[in-house]
Write a new protein. Sequence first.
Length: 110
Amino acid sequence: MNQIAEMEAEFQAVPAPPRPRTATVFGLMTVVAAVLSYLGAYAMTGALLAAELIKPWPADRDPRLRWFLVGFLILMALFTAAGALARYVSARHLKAIEQMEQEEASTSEG
């Protein structure tokens, strides 16, 4: 039992890592979404055009900018939804852990 108390004291003595700043996370999400959208809209279609797997389109009807923007918006929406889901699941787990601690504390007191 003494060993458990020592481990708990050691665990509480370790400082928590700093939380990432919202602006940093949002900036990274934006950069990743832009890079992936660019690769899908311009690099991949350029490679397919060079390999003559797709036909070139007229210069006044280049759809790649629209593909880039649509891909960017979809990726940002997916990243945001994944972040919201992770936050929701984490909150549920923390609430369950706190509830278990409260139950343990009430049974040890009684």
